[in-house]
Each structure stands twice: as C-alpha cells, then as structure tokens.
Design a protein around this ligand. Structure first.
Ligand code: HEM
Length: 491
C-alpha cells in the first residue's frame, strides 16, 4: 500500500539512496561524496570518524536497567565538547530530529569508507535535557568498561567487537591527548595518529593488533606507559578470542553491521523506531509547478526508479479544472536521465536511474500526474500524485541567488493575498530556522499564466523553505521548497 512517502521516510530514504541534500547539514552531505568524508582532511581527522564517535558518545548514556538514554541527541544538550557536531540547538528541519541525522551519519560514514551496510530505521526523538555521563575514558579499568557496555546493552564480546568497529576509522588527536600524540607543526591542523594503517572501514585494526604491527596508540601507549591503553585492555580481555574471530573480513563486516545497527537503534524505551528503511521502488521528488518564461505553466519533477536498465518512461497528467487531459492524452517524455551513484547504492548492488521532467502545461493547470513505465502504469497505488493546490507556487526559474538572494512566488491573480511569506531553514554546516520573510507584489515581473509575482530577499545563500499565502482567511502552502532548484545557480 504505497502512497507518497511520509516526510520522515522521504527524507531519510532520499538521503540514503539518492544523495538528496534537502535540509541536511553539510557535514552529512560531506559523507555522500565518495570517500571525501572518509579520508582525514589535513591532519584534522575525517568526517566519517567524527560521526561514528559522536553517535557512540550520544548513545553511551543508555541505561538498560531503567530504559533511559540512548541515541537521543542529549549530547548536544549536555554541553559535551562533541556538541561541535551541531553547534547550536535547533532542528535540522521540521521533519528530522538530530538523532535520526546522527544515525544516518553512521550509516553513510560506514559504507562511505568501504564498510558494510548498516540498516537504518527512523523515528528517534531528541531529548530536551542532558543525559548522565556515560562515555568511557581511556584511563578506566577493564571492569569499568565491561560495566559501561553492559549498561549500554552490550556483552563483553560485543564490547570488544564494537570498539574494533569504531576504531577502524579515525585516530587519536594531539589537542585531546597530548601525552600520546605530539603537536603538529602546521597551523590549524590537529596532528592525528590513525588507529590502524588504513583510513578505510576494514579489519586492519584487528589484523595489525593480532600480528603485532599495530600503531594504535590506545594499544601501544606512549613511552612504555599503558595508563591510556584502553584498546589493549578491551581487545585482550577474552584472551583475544573475539579479535581472532574478527580476523575474517567477512565476519568483521557482518559483526560491525549488526553492532553498529544496534548502537544507532539504542533509544530510550519510550521511543518506537520505524521498520528498516528500504529504497522505494518508485520515487517522485522535486515536484514544482510554476509559471514558465512565457504564458504557460511548467511542471518540473524527478522520477527515480530502482532498475538500472533504461526504460521507456512517460509522464501523464490530468488538468485541475477541466477534463481535457483526464484520460492521459496529455503526456511528456523525460528531458534527461542520470544514473544515481552513491557508496550506499553501490554496496547494495543497485544503480537507480533518475529521470528529470520539465514540461510545459498547455491547459489551465494540473491536478494529478502519473507515469507509464514500459507500458505499465505507475500511479501511486491508484490515486495518482496530487498537486494539492496551485494558488501559491514557488518560481525557481525567476528566483535568483547570489548578489540579491531573491525568492519569487506566483499567486493566482483572481485574488489578492493578505500576506505571502516564507519560513526559511538555512543550510550550512548547521541548519537553522531563520525568521519569516515576507514576499511583496513585484511590479517588475509582468503577470503571466494567470499569476502575479511576489518577491522578497533572504540573507542566506542555501536553504530550504515553506511558502505560504493567506487568501480570504485560508492559508495555502507549498512545503519544503529548495534553493537548489533555482536553475541559474545550481544547474
Ligand atoms: C572502551 C571504550 C572506548 C574508549 C575508552 C574509547 C576511547 C577513544 C579515544 C581516547 C579516542 C581518541 C579521541 C581523540 O583523540 O579525540 C577515540 C576515538 C574514536 N573512537 Fe573511541 N573509545 C571507546 C569506544 C568506542 C566505540 C564503541 C566507538 C564506536 C563504535 C568508538 C569510536 C571512535 C572513533 C570513530 C574515534 C576516532 C575519532 C576521530 O578520529 O575523530 N569508540 N576513542
């Protein structure tokens, strides 16, 4: 029973399977670019390692005895140093909680570094208060580690494996552990010593430990001092039985997929996660109806199919106020198609194709659309895909970003709105909801296709937004528009 995906699943699925960037912090988006997030930048570590460690630290507040804590973003409320990952408290956008974004970070970091596919569920809820301290520190005893991991829900063997899975990426940084790592000599660089000889997510952390070639400073310590040798205490705690089993790359990959999955699914007992998020077989995104450059409306959208074989794809639509197109006689072909390639779809053996449509609509307006794929109708389970309203529309083709930051909206000219405005969500390394911005009638753009144009300036370059018009006491809305749709800037 498939409908338009819910915003949450749409967001998570879109990010996972398409590399869609809507509304997500650049630090997540970084992970989408193959390996960019995996290779340490200068000597400052890698984004992938940061996410995996951050997620573990957030989750480490879980207490299996009373069901409290877990992956709930309490790390950002508690003022932990790690909070630099999201350095203010706000929602990335109105659909996603930070803790789901953190879970995505783990999935993308792992697969982006060549590791296994960790299953993702959605539905985490961000905490509003700090959790108890729970993160192990390297000077603690083995008994303390075993008790910490028991509280987090892991056995001793699972502890050994989970630490190995985490410490296959990243390393020890000079500013944090100056007794282990000397300072670098380049300004603004940390100096980092990787836990193993490869930045990738592989079992070199295990094999180098077993064969005695490890550079892991949490194993070898510094100057014969083993106070901070937590990895040594953990890895050797069962006589190396677990580490030996992880010397098999296949076992390492499958164990890490399971344990990292459990790590990100560790949530307070009152939170219920969704089922595992799978790629939708048919996915429609970026739907935008808007007046074009002449006197017609243009429908823009993308259709993503999972199959990697090129298909015959046709878009059909039915008009909003008449029946001229009702039987599907109004149709168009894609203007473009492209393979979707991300580390995740690659690891899953998928190579989806995304079809782009940009179609002038000769008739008044449209109400629904659907597709024909190799002669088969794809109509969203029978209902078609609805254009909910056409009274207020974002006009990417007339909006400009850069010097003027102008967002243009079209409002049907059979009414006068009392207010047209947007709520922007700025996307940077952080994502922040900024104040509403009013759009006012813009006389410099002549009316077209039955619409008047409204515009307003936003002092941000890169954001998503919701667009509203108040007309005769009703509020009409276009949700989740994206400055990336503005062709002059982002084509
Ligand atoms: C006994 C438990 C653990 C201890 C004592 C421990 C300790 C440490 C220490 C001292 C560092 C170096 C941090 C720095 O220099 O800033 C580190 C880094 C790291 N830890 Fe752990 N850790 C433990 C468990 C875990 C677990 C379970 C994970 C995830 C599954 C994990 C993931 C990481 C990652 C990815 C880094 C590298 C971060 C970077 O390079 O920026 N750790 N850990």
């Amino acid at each position: 029973d498939y409908h338009w995906p819910s915003p949450l699943i749409d967001q998570l699925e879109g990010l996972l399977y398409e590399g869609k960037q809507e509304g997500l912090p650049d630090r997540v988006v970084d992970l989408l670019a193959q390996l960019n997030g995996c290779i340490p930048q200068d000597n400052n570590g890698s984004t992938a390692a940061e996410w995996i460690r951050f997620a573990y630290h957030d989750m480490a507040t879980h207490n299996i005895d009373d069901g409290t804590g877990g992956l709930d973003n309490s790390i950002n409320v508690g003022g932990d140093l790690e909070a630099a990952m999201f350095d203010f408290i706000d929602f990335p956008n109105k659909y996603l909680f930070y803790s789901d974004v953190t879970a995505i970070g783990v999935v993308l970091a792992t697969v982006g570094c060549g590791g296994p596919v960790v299953a993702l569920r959605g539905g985490r809820i961000d905490a509003s208060s700090a959790g108890p301290p729970g993160v192990p520190t390297p000077d603690q005893s083995l008994d303390d580690f075993i008790e910490s991991f028991r509280k987090q829900g892991f056995t001793q063997e699972e502890m050994i494996a989970l630490v190995a899975c985490g410490h296959t990426v990243g390393g020890v940084h000079n500013p944090d552990f100056p007794t282990l790592v000397p300072p670098g000599n380049i300004q603004f660089e940390d100096n980092i010593v990787l836990f193993d000889g490869t930045p990738q997510f592989d079992n070199a952390i295990v094999t180098q430990y077993l064969d005695g070639t490890t550079d892991d400073l949490l194993v070898i310590g510094a100057n014969g001092n083993s106070t901070l040798s937590s990895d040594l205490r953990v890895f050797s705690s069962d006589g190396n039985v677990t580490m030996q089993s992880l010397a098999s790359p296949e076992n390492f990959a499958s164990t890490c997929a399971t344990l990292l999955g459990r790590m990100i699914d560790t949530v307070p007992s009152n939170v219920t996660l969704t089922d595992g998020i799978q790629p939708l077989p048919v996915k429609v995104a970026g739907v935008q109806l808007a007046p074009g450059q002449d006197d017609t409306l243009v429908l823009n959208l993308t259709l993503r199919l999972l199959s990697n074989t090129a298909r015959q794809v046709t878009l059909h639509w039915a008009d909003r106020d008449s029946t001229t197109c009702a039987s599907g006689t109004c149709s168009a072909s894609p203007t473009n198609s492209a393979l979707v390639t991300t580390p995740l779809v690659g690891a899953l053996g998928l190579s989806p194709i995304k079809y782009t449509f940009s179609t002038p609509i000769a008739d008044t307006s449209i109400g629904t659309f659907w597709f024909e794929v190799d002669g088969q109708v794809e109509n969203n389970g029978g209902s078609g895909y609805a254009i909910e309203q056409d009274r207020v529309l974002f006009v990417p083709g007339r909006s400009t970003l850069g010097a003027s930051f102008t967002i243009v909206a079209a409002v049907r000219n059979d009414s006068v709105p009392s207010r047209v405005y947007i709520n922007p969500y700025q996307r940077d390394t952080i994502v922040i909801r900024t104040a509403s911005v009013n759009l006012t009638l813009d006389a410099s753009i002549p009316p077209a296709a039955g619409y008047n144009f409204y515009s307003g300036s936003v002092f941000a370059q890169d954001f998503t937004f919701d667009l509203f018009a108040e007309i005769d006491g009703m509020i009409y809305e276009e949700e989740f528009r994206d400055t990336h749709w503005i062709p002059s800037e982002f084509s």
